[in-house]
Design a protein around this ligand. Structure first.
Ligand SMILES: [Zn+2]
Length: 399
């Protein structure tokens, strides 16, 4: 979209002011070309894509261009996205109903099927080395992360089991407290951070080489993880609380400093509600009403569509995403920030100019315009997460 606007602007310049402003026009066109090249050449990793659960609600063949999924093969190729962590997402409702393990198996199975059916397009990646090797082969890597540790089910042996199944990060809980940890969304806290068993889980994740994802956890749980973990940790899809004051789901400046100090990375969430205070307030109101409606499957999709027909939506832009990246870089430097889009997990609540994986070059363009060098972008795009992942592997090999 930005590109279309620029081309239109360039065309207007050509017609009306060609002789006066050639330099400005050339700069704009060069940046577009450079952003496209950077997106294509760099190893680009996104640490949170909700394809598996979305596929359950609204199935589509992502080996081709889908109608409206945020992540599919065509869009990833177009945007230069090379590795997308697939979220093995267990809704909190499974903590009461049971069936968390079965759901995890089903979602992991979907990714295995994708790899088996399209070996020329997708490959599950279980290590940073594999991500790099698949990138060199032109394949899109699909590492897996678990969102809500409910399937661990009180047994440390299950961590080894899910590691063997390919899970490489775990966010201990999601929207409610569970048997491992308190949640940032829970109104009442059960453990004042991690449960005693949750603390054992953190140590076992270090031992196995599973990245610890702090997104969705309460602040107390975050601080306890930083104390216990022998390896750096990530926030797989959290933005800066600085822009959404008081909202615990985003990460505070103090937490960003300490996470960086320990060598970790914050992966900025692109969802509208994570980006600005106004969009956040609107999003929270939506969620309260959505949860109260208690709808599922196709009915849930229809409910959401009807809601947004009746409410005028606030749309942040991709410049807001860049503001979050700038903020983290200002606080702790270039080594501790990455992308964690939440594609296919936030409906169409995505900022103008960054609606899908195909739009990543727009974000690179914005960052280039703000003065980031190509080596800076290499860090943000993939270098930082691969560094942390290798460090997690190294710590595991020592324990
Ligand atoms: Zn999430």
């Amino acid at each position: 979209m930005i590109r279309t606007l620029l081309l239109t602007a360039a065309a207007a310049l050509l017609m009306t002011a060609c002789s006066e402003e050639p330099a400005a026009r050339e700069v704009a066109e060069d940046l577009d070309a450079k952003a496209a090249r950077v997106a294509r050449e760099l190893l680009v990793v996104d640490t949170h894509v909700d394809y598996p659960y979305r596929q359950r609600e609204t199935p589509a063949d992502i080996s081709e261009r889908t109608e409206n999924h945020n992540f599919d093969y065509a869009r990833a190729k177009e945007g230069g996205l090379d590795a997308a962590f697939m979220s093995i997402y267990i809704p909190s409702s499974y903590q009461e109903s049971g069936g968390a393990r079965e759901l995890a198996e089903e979602l992991i199975g979907m990714i295995e099927t994708l790899e088996a059916d399209h070996p020329d397009k997708f490959a599950i990646a279980r290590s940073p080395d594999e991500v790099e090797a698949r990138f060199a082969e032109g394949l899109i890597s699909l590492p897996m992360g678990m969102e809500n540790g409910e399937p661990i089910d009180g047994d440390l042996a299950n961590l080894g089991y899910f590691f063997d199944r390919g899970i490489r990060y775990i966010g201990l809980t999601h929207g409610q407290n569970n048997h491992l940890s308190d949640s940032s969304y829970a109104e009442e806290r059960q453990w004042n951070g991690l449960s005693p068993f949750g603390k054992e889980v953190v140590a076992e994740m270090n031992r196995l080489g599973i990245l610890i994802d702090t997104s969705h956890l309460s602040d107390d749980a975050f601080w306890q993880i930083l104390e216990i973990s022998r390896a750096p940790v990530i926030a797989s899809h959290s933005s800066c609380r600085h822009f959404t004051p008081g909202w615990e789901r985003n990460i505070s400046d103090e937490m960003i400093r300490e996470l960086a100090e320990a060598g970790g990375v914050v992966h900025v969430n692109f969802g509208n509600g994570f980006l600005t205070e106004a969009a956040n307030r609107q999003g929270m109101k939506f969620w309260r009403e959505y949860e109260a409606a208690g709808v599922e499957g196709a009915e849930a999709v229809a409910w959401r569509e009807a809601y947004w027909r009746e409410h005028e939506r606030i749309w942040p832009t991709l410049a807001d995403v860049a503001d979050h990246i700038d903020h983290i870089v200002d606080l702790v430097g270039i080594d501790h920030v990455g992308f964690g889009s939440d594609f296919d997990g936030v409906g169409d609540n995505l900022p103008t100019g960054l609606k899908s994986a195909a739009d990543l070059p727009n974000l690179f363009r914005e960052l280039l315009e703000r003065g980031y060098s190509e080596s800076d972008l290499a860090q943000i795009a993939g270098g930082n997460i691969l560094r942390v992942w290798r460090e997690v592997e190294r710590v595991a090999s020592e324990l």
